[in-house]
Design a protein. Structure first.
Lengths: 448, 457
């Protein structure tokens, strides 16, 4: 292993090791002071940034090959291999950089923002685990390893949504988000399986090039399901406002920057296959367009800062999907980097948004002009009213999901319960309730 | 079996039985006696595992696993339950289960099968209030007894090794063995007793009974080696039923609010996939099933143990119909619960990520249509386990508890050992997967080359 490879391994593993050490210390009964936790976080991400800067410098040289670290196979059974390959190429590097820089910034911001909060250690544990999962997903050299990072990002996302665990809405919304993630991840699992089945491997190097047109389309459609779920694209957008229940710094890094763009990264990885499949690329464009329109309309009808920022984020990710579907890979990467940076800043400023507005109004000596009025003028009063109702209910997406998926599943479960209990008198049967709220009244985002 | 392996097997099986009798007589120091007896079984099983080649080590590995589970149970069982009857029953179950794993004789297998169910019929031991567990266990024993009686009636030898590849008793015996598997394992439509047993019986001993996985053991040890041709043709039916069970109970769990029943459904759903993997007839699927066997047993034991600890601390009327907020009182138990829970459903970084990966690959490769049920069932189970976690541990902090609520050092260390097994196994899975892969090849070989299969289990 040369020094560049060692640096890449350090960048990926450092947050994971910090998470492991802090978790074991906590299990043993030792809770580090806030200052120690924030310093460890600062040192970890600063060192990672420097290591990553060195790799960037190396890859900036003309003709420099990607930095790849091969650890062999994680496990092998007959012809089935799980390759353990880390890869820093020109696609993954911007995402690695974004993760390291923004995780470090969020760590520093949160040290003050969550000062004396009861879940201070829990937040930092999850931040490190999230950074590890993201770095693993972005540096994975195969879809197998990408799945591992992808799932870690999902579970940390859900645990941070339920961060304020004493209140019921964050906990229930976390469960809802988890359900959507798991449902969509079936696409990723089955997609990776069919790649193994047809190509004999799921590595980026060899797996993508050997699939035929029809096979590529099937793989792309399966991965698109996973990407759309993670990126909250239509029809899975309903979970995004629910995810705003988490602390603002986690909302910033997850739904303004990294997690929300993980789906786009997955599609960028399969871009060579996507380019050969008209059906899949058309669907990517269609989903992106629908999400962009949905996001911008619903965002206009939201009443709280974080949710409107989330929908603004959704709109941009929809546009990124369109760019990927059109084959504009470089544009999409640049768009993601710019968007992630700006949106993180906006999320972090969200708690003091009113203060910022007041300052701006004082500075300009009046109020800011409302934007977007010309769109409203295009429609008649009745259409505007209908669109407003439609936007207020977030495109009825949650209602549709509840009515056509969750409610039938609950009914089926109750039917099975009746079948199981035929002729049985179960005493003290607890009243069965819907596990996930059927009603769509997602609670307003938590500004704090 | 002669020489050192025979001595080690006798020690592993005999000491728990002797210790069980000792607890019944002495009625004191039950936990200490139970711990020492289980430890002796662990050590004997470990030496036994060392003594056999990797390819032939499935039974010995299962003996070691079950001994470790029982050792953990003797430590994690709360003081309220830790009496001579409970520890004696657990040790009796340990001895019977190890006997079933280790024997090469059909009559002894039947005896061990029946003996392992005895504590669940006796009222002062672990008998459930509901009649369905007793009926399920009884029917499985009757089916196995009839199958072995039919084999004996046709003049066949009683040695499993000598019956390999000979399809003794033909389709009738095969059918009876499948029925025994279905009732013992809780395969649809004989699944309801599992949740009843968990709800109205003693949770930790019931978890031990379920985690003996006698149904899967019968498949790997008897059905596949003895009936290779019939297995190839008819066994997919059992596989489809197992996949249907995995999905059925996963959906059933969605609206279940009794934590014990909910856990039983999830455990049943995940363990049903072991059968599907064994039947997949692919090296990946069988290896995945064997690795998953280890994950499911460890995780479900951990989950049932934690649930019992919560019941002892906060009352037995726990429910998943509302948020109980117990995490504030027992943060470490909460962390252990979520790690074991997610380890059961394929969390990356745990051993089940590898086993699920292989299982999904194997079942999809052998049954592309029905195999899809497995990832769907796993996804639903993941949501159910997270729901149970959030309802038990999250929510508004309850007041009025004056007891020491979080894990005691004794409980903490044994639960940490379980977590370390699933996590370290997940981070460095190659050794475990390679061992199970070697055993999987033996199982696969038994189906495709029955005449050349090894003799002697």
């Amino acid at each position: 292993m040369d020094s560049w490879q060692a640096l890449l391994v350090f960048v990926v593993l450092a947050p994971g090791v910090v998470f492991g050490v802090l978790a074991l210390l906590w299990l043993a009964g030792y809770v580090p002071a806030e200052r120690i936790i924030s310093r460890i976080t600062g040192v970890t991400f600063s060192a990672s940034m420097m290591a990553l800067a060195a790799i960037v410098w190396r890859l900036a040289l003309p003709g420099a090959p990607a930095v790849a670290v091969t650890f062999g196979n994680w496990f092998t059974v007959q012809d089935y291999h799980f390759p353990l390959v880390l890869l820093a190429d020109r696609l993954s590097l911007p995402f690695l950089g974004m993760t390291v820089v923004l995780s470090g910034l969020i760590g520093q911001f949160s040290a003050t923002y969550l000062h004396r909060e009861r879940g201070f250690l829990r937040f930092f544990l999850l931040l490190h685990l999230f950074a590890f999962g993201s770095l693993l997903a972005f540096s994975a050299g195969s879809f197998d390893l990408l799945v591992a990072g992808w799932e870690i990002v999902g579970i940390t996302s859900v645990l941070l949504i339920a961060f304020f665990q004493q209140r019921t809405p964050p906990v229930e919304n976390g469960l809802r988000v988890f359900a959507v993630y798991r449902a969509c991840d079936i696409g990723l699992l089955v997609g990776v399986f069919v790649m193994h089945h047809w190509a004999g491997t799921a590595s980026f190097d060899h797996g993508l090039s050997v699939l035929t047109g029809a096979q590529s389309t099937i793989v792309c459609l399966l991965l698109l399901l996973a990407a759309a779920g993670k990126a909250a694209q239509v029809p899975f957008s309903g979970w995004l406002p629910r995810a705003m229940e988490g602390p603002t710094p986690s909302s910033a890094i997850f739904y303004g920057a990294i997690s929300i763009h993980a789906g786009a990264y997955l599609l960028l990885r399969v871009q060579p296959m996507l380019a050969h499949s008209v059906l899949a690329s058309t669907l990517v464009v269609a989903i992106g367009l629908a999400t962009a329109i949905h996001g911008t309309m619903v965002g206009r009808a939201t009443a709280d800062a974080k949710t409107s920022l989330a929908y603004a984020s959704l709109t941009q990710v929809g546009v990124v999907f369109v760019e990927i579907g059109m084959g504009w890979k470089a544009v999409a990467v640049a768009h993601i980097l710019g968007h992630a940076t700006v949106r993180t800043l906006q999320f972090l400023r969200a708690p003091s948004m009113l203060h910022d507005y007041h300052q701006m109004h004082s500075a300009i000596g009046g109020t800011l002009s409302p934007t977007g009025q010309h769109f409203e003028d295009l429609f008649s009063e009745s259409v505007r009213l209908w669109l407003y109702r439609w936007s207020l209910d977030r495109g009825h997406l949650d209602t549709i999901l509840d009515r056509w998926v969750i409610h039938p599943l609950i009914q089926l479960s109750r039917l099975f319960a009746k079948l199981d209990n035929l002729g049985i008198d179960r005493q003290q049967e607890p009243r069965e309730e819907a596990p996930v709220s059927i009603h769509t009244a997602a609670s307003p985002g938590n500004i704090g | 079996m002669t020489g050192l392996p025979w001595i080690l097997t006798t020690v592993a099986v005999g000491i728990p039985w002797l210790a069980g009798m000792l607890t019944a007589v002495a009625r004191r120091h039950a936990r200490v006696i139970g711990f020492v007896a289980a430890l002796v079984s662990v050590v004997a099983s470990a030496f036994l595992l060392q003594a056999v080649p990797a390819r032939e080590s499935l039974n010995e590995a299962l003996m070691l696993l079950f001994s470790c589970l029982t050792l953990g149970a003797t430590l994690v069982i709360p003081q309220r339950d830790c009496n001579a009857a409970t520890i004696g029953g657990i040790l009796f179950l340990l001895g019977s289960t190890l006997l079933a794993y280790s024997t090469n004789d059909l009559r002894i297998l039947l005896a061990a099968w029946v003996l392992s169910t005895v504590p669940f019929f006796a009222k002062h031991w672990f008998s459930a209030r509901s009649w369905r567990p007793r009926l399920g266990l009884l029917l499985s024993s009757i089916a196995l007894a009839l199958a072995i009686a039919l084999i004996a009636a046709q003049g066949h030898a009683m040695s499993i090794a000598r019956l390999r590849g000979r399809s003794p008793g033909g389709i009738a015996v095969f059918g009876l063995l499948v029925v025994a598997v279905m009732f013992r394992k809780g395969i649809l439509p004989a699944h309801a007793w599992v949740a009843d047993a968990a709800e109205s019986g003693a949770p930790i001993p019931t978890a031990l009974l379920l985690n003996g996985h006698f149904g899967a053991m019968l498949v790997a040890k008897l059905i596949m080696p003895l009936f290779p041709y019939t297995s190839r043709d008819l066994f997919p039916v059992l596989s489809y039923l197992a996949l249907a069970t995995a999905l059925y109970v996963a959906i059933r769990a969605i609206t279940e609010n009794s934590p014990r029943r909910l856990l039983a459904f999830i455990a049943l759903s995940q363990s049903a996939s072991i059968l599907a993997g064994l039947e997949s007839r692919t090296a990946e699927g069988i290896t995945g099933a064997l690795v998953h066997w280890f994950v499911v047993t460890t995780s479900t034991m951990g989950l049932f143990g934690i649930l019992r600890l919560l019941e002892v601390r906060f009352g037995e009327n726990l429910t998943a119909s509302r948020h109980l907020g117990l995490g504030e009182h027992a943060p470490r138990l909460a962390v252990f619960f979520i790690v074991f829970g997610l380890a059961l459903v394929g969390l990356p970084g745990t051993l089940s990520f590898c086993s699920q990966d292989l299982l999904i690959y194997g079942t999809l490769a052998s049954h592309p249509q029905t195999g899809l049920l497995l990832p769907i069932a796993t996804a639903i189970n993941a949501v159910s386990i997270f729901r149970l976690f959030s309802r038990l541990f999250l929510g508004k902090r309850r007041t009025g508890f004056t007891v020491m609520a979080d894990a005691l050092p004794r409980e903490r260390w044994i639960l940490t050992a379980g977590v370390l097994f699933v996590v370290l196994g997940g981070l460095f899975p190659s050794a475990i997967v390679a061992l199970r892969s070697a055993e999987a090849k033996a199982v696969e070989h038994a189906i495709y080359s029955p005449d050349g299969a090894r003799s002697g289990v």
